[in-house]
Design a protein around this ligand. Structure first.
Ligand code: HEM
Length: 367
């Protein structure tokens, strides 16, 4: 029986892979908020409903508009750490895929800058006076920017593990995947992102629940439950589609005894989220206990899926060929500097957070 991934690898490889996976899981949590949050705002802006309080002014959409710019900067900042480690672990694969993606990869940064400004526009009071069609266009374009960035990362990942197809892409400039291959993988990200979003929003709304009446708290709780349970249902479907349509080598790595514990933990994480949301739906409000169960389940799912994702890549690539590079990198040093800057940057972010929080106490937000 194999040791759980990545313990079977030499120490430097296991060390860099573990750091890569842990930092990637953090990027994922923030990125999920941005991806699902912007899609939700696009929906509420385009279809505000006929209730007395429009969907777009209800607590979920209002909280999202308020927090999305901050969470986008968190997603980008948290993306830097796995970016550093992926360069050590899979240098050739990662950079070759970047180069082959060419203009699509070059668009990622400009698109993110545009999306950043659009998020501020969505949050601003100016937009409230614009016609419905213009507001919908802004919200849909913002979400489309994030879906496009997610697509680029997925295409980059798929290309990086398809070395045999690199010459063909170099000659034709065309991506060698069917839309189905890309969509099946993106389906996993997008569906799980709604469950993660609901888990984070639960805490954001729980804090201010006591200030609101039952006819606001009840529907908000149920909307979050629908968002999470819908996301988890689609995740199960997307996961099964991925397993059924995967190449034999990918499926073998997925069910290898080193990867199986992570699959089991993912299922446990999903089950905890389902139980937590059913209970809160029943109570018609968010509770500290069940929100904790939901967030623990969500963290387990994110971590286990990240380990499983990596175990699959390691099963497809020729890993022994990379060991020497990892051993050389481990001798170079710099890890202490990395840790010092991690602490400094985290402290700076926490300081910004506390400053804004203090400011909001003096002048509470309108929503
Ligand atoms: C909000 C914008 C972003 C979205 C929606 C997004 C989405 C994604 C998705 C969906 C993946 C997984 C791809 C897959 O396995 O199929 C991913 C991976 C990753 N992202 Fe992001 N991302 C964003 C911004 C960034 C930024 C700005 C950085 C870097 C500073 C970054 C760094 C990474 C890294 C290093 C990976 C792992 C790549 C790999 O293992 O192949 N992301 N991102």
């Amino acid at each position: 029986m194999n040791l759980p991934f990545p313990l079977g690898f030499p120490a430097p490889t296991a060390f860099y892979l573990t750091l890569y996976i842990l930092t990637f899981a953090l990027h994922q949590a923030f990125m999920h908020y941005v991806l699902a949050g912007s899609l939700y705002v696009a929906w509420t802006t385009s279809f505000p409903g006929r209730d007395s309080v429009s969907r777009n002014d209800q607590p979920i959409a209002a909280t999202l508009r308020d927090w999305l710019p901050f969470l986008l900067s968190a997603a980008i900042t948290a993306g830097v750490a796995p970016l550093l480690f992926i360069q050590i672990v899979y240098q050739k694969q990662f950079y070759t895929a970047n180069l082959l993606l060419w203009w699509r990869w070059m668009l990622v940064v400009p698109i993110l800058i545009i999306a950043f400004y659009l998020l501020y526009l969505l949050k601003s009071k100016i937009m409230a006076h614009w016609p419905h069609i213009a507001r919908s266009l802004v919200a849909i374009s913002t979400a489309a920017c994030f879906v496009f960035v997610g697509f680029c990362w997925t295409a980059n990942h798929l290309l990086s593990v398809s070395e045999a197809r690199w010459p063909e892409v170099y000659v034709t400039g065309q991506l060698p995947f069917t839309p189905f291959e890309v969509l099946a993988r993106m389906g996993i990200w997008i569906s799980d992102s709604f469950a993660t979003l609901a888990a984070i929003l639960a805490w954001q709304l729980y804090r201010r629940q006591s200030d609101r009446s039952a006819d606001i708290v009840g529907p908000a709780t149920r909307n979050l439950a629908v968002m999470a349970l819908g996301g988890l249902g689609l995740l199960t479907l997307a996961g099964l589609t991925y397993i059924l349509t995967a190449a034999d080598k990918t499926r073998d790595s997925l069910f290898d005894s080193g990867t199986l514990p992570y699959l089991i933990i993912s299922v446990v994480g999903v089950a905890m989220q389902v139980a937590g949301w059913f209970q809160q739906w029943r109570f018609g409000r968010l509770t500290g206990l069940w929100s904790t169960v939901v967030s623990t389940g969500s963290v387990l799912t994110l971590l286990a899926m990240s380990f499983a994702r990596e175990a699959i890549r390691a099963g497809v690539l020729d890993m022994p060929q990379l060991f020497q590079r990892h051993a050389d990198a481990a001798k170079v040093g710099g890890f202490t500097v990395f840790l010092i800057f991690t602490v400094l940057v985290s402290a700076a972010i926490a300081w910004c957070f506390v400053t804004v929080h203090r400011g909001l106490k003096v002048q509470p937000p309108v929503a």
